[in-house]
Structure formats: C-alpha cells, structure tokens
Design a protein around this ligand. Structure first.
Ligand code: 13P
Length: 243
C-alpha cells in the first residue's frame, strides 16, 4: 500500500472579497492548528485578488496556498491573465488546472490544460488537475471513455508523480448530490490504472461535506478531496479536514 498523505483542498471559486478571505483563514488556521503535515495536507485556493493577503496570514501555519487557474505563457500581452511565476512569487504551492467550470464555461481544452501543467511545473508549482464527466455522459455509460480521453490528452508527456489529480463528476458539483463512495472509488481505481502510479494522489470533488467525508476517505484510491461550497465556512472546512 503506497503511503499517500491525504490532501484536503478548498476551492473558493469566485467567492470572498480580500477582507472576507483574510477573515476566513484567520478562523481556519486556529481550528486546524493541531493537524500535522504528515497526517493531512491542507490547501486553500482563494480568488487571485486575495492571494497576497491570505499568503501573509498563512505564514508559519500548516495551511498551503493554491490558485484556481493560470495562463501557460510566462508573460506578455494576455490581458486579464496571471502567470505561474506571479503565483509562485506570491507564495502559492498549488494551482488548480482544468476545473470543469473552466472547461465548460471558458472553453478550456485538454490541450490548454496540458500546456498549463507544464507552465506550473516549470515554476515548481504543483498542479491539481481536474477531470470528470457530465450527467448525460454518465447516463450514456460513457464515464470511462470521457475520463480516459481527458487523462490521456491533458497529461500527455507529464510526469504523473509531480501532479495531483481530482475526479469531479460534474453532476455532483454544487448539487448536493455526491457520488457514492463506491461510484467514486470505481473511477479513482480506473484513473489509477490509466496513470500506472501508486504514489499520485487522486482527490474526489463534488458536494463534499462534513457528513460524507469519512465514508469517501475510507475508499482505497481516494486520497483527499477538493471542496467547493463547504470550504467557504471555516467550521465546516475544519470538520472536513479533521475527518
Ligand atoms: P462543491 O463542493 O460546491 O460541490 O464544489 C466542488 C468543486 O467544484 C470543487 O472544485
């Protein structure tokens, strides 16, 4: 059995102003201070505007900082975009790449995800790469085909030991409808067979809450979670971290 340290990450999406973000981590860091880095890695991913002040608040704590996206170029005329170097300098350790909302709402392709992974790795950031199927794909029994295509194309030539993966079934995101632990485990095991790595962590995301985290984390190939809504409240995120 590979020794994979659990990772619990909060994806705040487009929530929290800078001052609200700082308030949230001030409360969170007190609630989770007893957690040892070897027991669980804790990550928060605030919006870009709050990264700098949240980074200051997290100095010397057991909580790591992550961003929600990046551009694959180093710098240049890309209005509205943020580079890996900018994220690195501000104190990010992680960056979410290819979240389904980026794929669905902003047209992000597997090819773009692949470029973003290389840009992040070049700066020493750890990508959290997201994959997942829609409800209609699941109902048409296409889940494994979709995941295989996303994994193969997004991770082309990528060293899977340098990244974290997140399986987020789109039908479970923000719907309150979690995949059952067995449904999630089945896809996680499939992803592990595709990447052929025992050390790569595979997170589950989609309506993770304090009352379903325990059962999810009992699954052999679930190594942590990517939490949306429930990470916006310090108490509920702390409960998830302390599952
Ligand atoms: P919810 O936890 O709100 O369903 O969001 C999941 C998610 O998209 C995390 O990246």
């Amino acid at each position: 059995m590979a020794n994979r340290i659990p990772l619990i990450a909060g994806n705040w999406k487009m929530n929290k102003t800078n001052s609200e973000a700082v308030e949230l981590v001030k409360r969170l860091k007190v609630l989770v201070k007893s957690i040892k880095a070897n027991d669980c890695e804790i990550v928060v991913c605030p919006p870009f505007t709050a990264l700098s002040d949240v980074a200051k608040e997290l100095k010397g704590t057991n909580i790591y900082l992550g961003a929600q996206n990046l551009h694959f170029e180093d710098s240049g005329a890309f209005t509205g975009e943020v580079s890996a170097q900018m994220l690195k300098e501000i104190g990010c350790k992680y960056v979410i790449i290819g979240h389904s909302e980026r794929r669905q709402l902003f047209g992000e392709t597997n090819a773009a995800v692949n470029k973003k992974i290389f840009a992040a790795l070049k700066q020493g950031l750890k990508p959290i790469v997201c994959v997942g199927e829609t409800l209609s794909e699941r109902e048409r029994d296409k889940t494994k085909d979709v995941i295989k295509k996303q994994i193969t194309e997004s991770l082309a030539n990528v060293d899977v030991n340098k990244i974290v993966l997140a399986y987020e079934p789109i039908w479970a995101i923000g719907t309150g409808k979690t995949a059952t632990p067995e449904q999630a485990q089945e896809v996680h095991a499939f992803i592990r067979s595709l990447i052929k790595s025992e050390s790569t962590r595979i997170l589950y995301g989609g309506s993770v809450k304090p009352d379903n985290i325990k059962e999810l984390m009992k699954q052999k190939d679930i190594d942590g979670t990517l939490v949306g809504g429930a990470s916006l409240d310090a108490e509920s995120f702390a409960k998830i971290v302390k599952y």
